[in-house]
Write a protein that binds this ligand. Structure first.
Ligand SMILES: C[S@@+](CC[C@H](N)C(=O)[O-])C[C@H]1O[C@@H](n2cnc3c(N)ncnc32)[C@H](O)[C@@H]1O
Length: 337
């Protein structure tokens, strides 16, 4: 399981954040009332019976697996394992509601867009890499079907406008704006923070992207009326993992997202808390769990993988930290079977 590895404080890749603090240290009643005061329309995407049942199911699976139990993250634990995730405010909706309420004020007063998580350079890499991946997949599909759309140079170019795109935990929605600039046109963003959704909508209208849809919804409990060929996640699984019940929430995340990606579609995750290999391991665990359920519930003959690794970004800038060279960010694409 991935551990939290926020980058060094002097990083210019990451926005300011509360360093090394846990939920119990940082979320006080005052913090909560600040969030409530500064954003009066409180989200009603609370717990539902379905959600609670899934939480119970996931917790049961966790207790029977190698994952650390949610209770292991209590603040009185003396020495957390190196791989453990320390819960933080960033795992709580109240934190994001307060953050985006403040960003909304800044937008109205100064026109500011708010943070670009992991920085503009990473976003550019993710967007152009994803565009190429989708274009190549479209071209391969066209070629297989014998219907190619040719550019003037005679090269086959995949048509990005046919891709339906969902950005989970979209925040200010800037990632969708960048995808729109690359030729994607069927774009939707969801976020459980209504203030975030209002900010994203305002920014999109201001910047000439009023066709992007934004919907307030919890990724873990979203009732979407369609599936998407491309689902993007930049920093959202990281945030979900920082909830005090992070390990359970992460399991719920995979189940939810599996229902959002169309068969043959892509899930592209960008994370600063999980390496590529850790994401692959987490997907492998999910595949095994889901496959077993399939077998039992549907009388199948054997577990089938839900997500299959496709590719990952190799071109992020690397740093040397603690004598180890590596990238702070990983982006991995999985195809939905
Ligand atoms: C690190 S920020 C990243 C925002 C955006 N993806 C970006 O790259 O700028 C994490 C986002 O996930 C959202 N989020 C966290 N948990 C969520 C959940 N369960 N459902 C919907 N959104 C969630 C937060 O509100 C926040 O906007």
């Amino acid at each position: 399981m991935a551990g939290i590895r926020w980058p060094p404080e002097d990083s210019d890749l990451f926005p300011a954040r509360p360093a090394g603090a846990t939920v119990t240290e940082l979320i006080s009643d005052d913090d909560r009332s600040v969030a409530a005061d500064s954003w009066s329309i409180k989200s009603d995407y609370g717990s539902t019976l379905d959600d609670e049942q899934r939480h119970v199911d996931a917790a049961e699976v966790l207790s029977a697996s190698n994952f650390p139990a949610a209770s292991d993250y209590s603040s009185d634990k003396e020495e957390p394992d190196a791989n453990e995730v320390e819960p933080s405010m960033l795992g709580l909706q109240s934190y994001w509601d307060a953050t985006y309420a403040e960003d909304l004020v800044n937008f109205h007063e100064h026109g500011h867009a708010g943070e670009i998580w992991f920085g503009a350079e990473v976003m550019d890499v993710v967007v152009s890499w994803t565009k190429n991946l989708c274009a190549n997949m479209s071209s391969a599909k066209d070629a297989a079907e014998g219907s190619s759309s040719n550019s003037e140079s005679g090269e086959t170019v995949g048509d990005l406008s046919t891709w339906s795109v969902l950005d989970v935990g979209t925040g200010n929605g800037l990632l969708l704006q960048e995808l729109a600039k690359q030729g994607f046109s069927d774009l939707t963003g969801i976020d459980y923070s209504e203030a975030g959704i209002e900010l994203a909508h305002n920014l999109a209208v201001r910047d000439g992207f009023s066709g992007i849809n934004f919907v307030a919804a919890d990724v873990l409990d979203a009732k979407l009326d369609r599936k998407y060929q491309l689902v993007m996640d930049k920093g959202t699984l990281d945030a979900i993992g920082l909830h005090p019940d992070g390990p359970v929430k992460r399991m719920m995340y995979w189940e939810s997202v599996a229902n959002m990606v169309a068969s043959g579609g892509l899930l592209v995750i960008t994370s600063c808390n999980s390496t590529k290999d850790e994401l692959l391991q987490e997907v492998d665990n999910f595949n095994k769990r889901f496959g077993i359920q399939d077998q039992v519930q549907e009388g199948g003959t054997g577990p089938a993988d839900v997500f299959r690794y496709v590719d990952h970004v190799r071109t992020f800038p690397t740093i040397i930290f603690g004598g180890v060279e590596g990238s702070r960010v990983s982006t991995v694409a999985f195809v939905r079977n």
